[in-house]
Design a protein around this ligand. Structure first.
Ligand code: ATP
Ligand code: MG
Length: 336
């Protein structure tokens, strides 16, 4: 199965850069949307601090990691210093406060894997999820945002991949396909392994400028990314070539049976080394994507024997369309 098709990219691939960049630009949220998100955070902060004076609110996920397309939900994390709090109790209390403050559709999902409150702000029309003490998500949001500063081809590639995944119905973890977070990590990994590389491994540089211990996990990396602006400049590949290369890699080159995608290290990580070679409980490890900090966590664990087939067929479809269609852009993002 490996590398059996389309070894060489079509000769006129670079011509697709203009239409692909047009799509990328159309997905970028306008400044007023960012402003609405900030306003929502401020109004939530007032309510929260009134009840819990030492609490802090952080934005995370796509509204803060610079991989957010227009009209995304806002992910907010409420951080309370006290370690042994009852999250359900806090969420129910907060839901009550939010309801009295006239937020719409307030729902406390206290029994979800990550308990959250869902709500809609009637003033800005923005929908929002609030979780508690999910500090690792705040830190991995920063890591993604820092990577995005290094080379603009990362946000360009990732927006296109996310848009493709949403259009094709393969961005649904409850159906066994991958989260947006997993797709962005796949893009980072792909760009770290171009020759010459377009991105460094920020967790592997000699100097550590950011250091935090969260839930007993050491989160350390080089975050002075403004010093890395020229890191990828020896690589002249166009966005179109990278988009094609991404799908081609996942369709024909990735060794699903033996390797783990890890942005943490430049070395190849094997499934054997992590003991991710067999099914353990519900985790089948059919496509392995290691979380950069919580390294025991495989973001591909939601993928089952049916959805792996769907995913691989979608990667092949995308690679074939980009390789063979005269005007592939419309077809690539066709709703499934
Ligand atoms: P979208 O635009 O689709 O909303 P998103 O960037 O908000 O994209 P999600 O997959 O909804 O992506 O995840 C939100 C955030 O939650 C991620 O940025 C990440 O910080 C965190 N996160 C999501 N899934 C996981 C996971 N399985 N393990 C650890 N953190 C996760
Ligand atoms: Mg989100």
């Amino acid at each position: 199965r490996i590398a059996r098709k389309h070894i060489h990219c079509r000769g006129d691939i670079d011509m697709l850069t203009i239409p692909l960049l047009r799509i990328y630009e159309s997905l970028i949220p306008p400044e007023e949307e960012k402003e609405k998100q900030r306003q929502l955070l401020i109004s939530l902060e007032k309510l929260v601090v009134n009840e819990w004076p030492h609490a802090h609110l952080f934005l995370f996920g796509s509204c803060a990691n610079s991989f957010g397309v227009s009209n995304s939900d806002v992910d907010v994390c409420l951080v309370l210093r006290d370690a042994d709090i009852d999250k359900s109790e806090i969420l129910l209390k907060l839901a009550e406060i939010l309801q009295s403050a006239n937020f719409q559709n307030v729902q406390a999902l206290t029994r979800a894997r990550v308990p959250i409150i869902k709500l809609k702000d009637p003033v800005t029309g923005v929908s929002c999820d609030i979780c508690i003490n999910n500090v690792l998500a705040v830190v991995n949001t920063k890591l993604l945002r820092d990577y995005a500063q290094i080379d603009v081809r990362l946000p360009q590639l990732a927006f296109i991949v996310k848009h493709w995944a949403k259009s094709r119905g393969v961005n649904e973890t409850y159906q066994g396909t991958l989260s947006s977070y997993a797709y962005v990590l796949m893009c980072i990994h792909f760009l770290q392994h171009r020759d010459p590389p377009i991105l460094p491994c920020l967790q592997e540089t000699k100097i550590v400028t950011y250091h935090k211990i969260v839930d007993n996990i050491e989160c350390a990396y080089f975050d002075q990314v403004e010093k890395l602006k020229t890191f990828g400049s020896d690589n002249k590949e166009s966005v179109a070539r990278l988009v094609w290369g991404f799908f081609h890699y996942w369709a024909y080159c990735h060794d699903y049976a033996n390797t783990v995608v890890s942005v943490r290290t430049k070395n190849t990580v094997s499934k054997r080394a992590k003991d991710w070679t067999r099914r353990i409980g519900k985790d089948r490890h059919l496509i392995c994507i290691e979380d950069p900090f919580e390294t025991s966590h495989d973001l591909g664990r939601v993928v089952d024997k049916y959805s792996i087939k769907v995913l691989r067929e979608e990667f092949e479809r995308a690679a074939t369309i980009l390789q063979t269609y005269p005007n592939p852009c419309e077809k690539l993002f066709e709703p499934f």
